[in-house]
Design a protein around this ligand. Structure first.
Ligand code: SF4
Length: 312
């Protein structure tokens, strides 16, 4: 490891960056070995570059684990093909409510938006209850992730999560993939830097690029959102007030709103750390005075963004 100036206190990621590649790998292997649970780890596998790295690290550490892929039903076809061909040992969690597009069309509430990502709960984060997990989450992916995650963390369901590459940069990940000859999805060679749900509302720029690359997914989102408007536009909320749907004259208006940057953006957070408490409409309670989501405790009988609890 490189020397630091006396008195300088590096951040975790600076510290890991100063390590040699072998030291970084050794640190990850020790972390996995030291914390290995008797029943083995539950390794959350998405098929992306970070997932292939944590799976290879778990193999190198010779710890017991089973890897699981949450079938979002809207991942890029190339990614799904890669998982099937290179990781046949990975088990699949199938979503409780069928395909995401069918759920968007029929769920009592708005389609997912940046501030209201109920689909992550249902499609991306299920599985591994009461197990110790391995996550490939990295702080370099966003400021929210950097604040939220450390090498030993707690997930949203209070399971311990070991995050062996949380302080790795993109360059460290690619260096490992190349030096260990780890197979990866071909989409990275086309210039994609992050893979996941096609059309995710989280990032309008990448959403537009994804819809250009996979236009059939755009049509599926559009059809589902228009169906949702049709189904709920005339159904009042439990308190008798009109739903958010009533703001739109047609289903196509709601689709255009969803595509635009005007879709609710009250609360910026992180997919893997979001637990938003929402109103009956599915919109987060929001305090306009201080730009903060209002804490759950302050809301009394408000409902949770989890669909079961959000039904009328
Ligand atoms: S990544 Fe995006 S589209 Fe996929 S489940 Fe999460 S919020 Fe929904």
């Amino acid at each position: 490891m490189q020397q630091l100036l006396p008195g300088y206190e590096p951040t975790h990621s600076e510290f890991v960056d100063l390590m040699t590649p072998q030291e970084r790998i050794d640190r990850a292997l020790i972390l996995l070995r030291e914390n290995e649970p008797d029943d083995g780890y539950y390794l959350a596998f998405s098929g992306g570059k970070d997932s292939v790295v944590i799976k290879r690290l778990a193999e190198m550490a010779t710890v017991k684990f089973d890897a699981w892929y949450n079938n979002t039903t809207i991942d890029p076809p190339e990614l799904v093909k890669f998982i099937k061909s290179h990781h046949a040992d990975v088990r699949w969690n199938q979503p409780k409510h069928g395909s995401m597009m069918a759920r968007v069309a029929t769920k009592n509430g708005l389609p997912p938006t940046r501030s209201m990502r109920w689909c992550c709960d249902e499609y991306k984060e299920q599985g591994g209850d009461s197990r110790m997990k391995i996550f490939g989450v990295r702080g370099a992916e966003s400021a929210a992730r950097s604040r939220r995650w450390s090498e030993i963390s707690m997930d949203a369901y209070k399971n311990t999560a070991i995050c062996p590459i949380v302080h790795w940069s993109d360059a460290h990940v690619w260096e490992f993939i190349r030096s260990e000859n780890v197979p990866y999805c071909s989409l990275y060679d086309e210039g994609w830097t992050r893979l996941g749900c096609v059309g995710c509302p989280l990032n309008p720029q990448s959403q537009a690029k994804e819809f250009e690359r996979w236009p059939r997914y755009r049509e599926n989102w559009k059809r589902a959102i228009i169906k949702n408007w049709d189904a709920f536009k005339d159904v009042p909320r439990r308190d008798g007030k009109p739903r958010y749907h009533a703001k739109f004259k047609t289903g196509d208006d709601m689709w255009q709103w969803w595509l635009s940057t005007n879709a609710p953006d009250y609360f910026r957070g992180d997919c893997q750390s979001m637990m938003l408490w929402t109103s009956e409409d599915g919109l987060p309670f929001f305090d306009p005075q201080n730009s903060q989501a209002i804490p759950r405790e302050a809301l009394g009988s408000a409902t949770c963004s989890t669909p079961e609890e959000n039904q009328p």
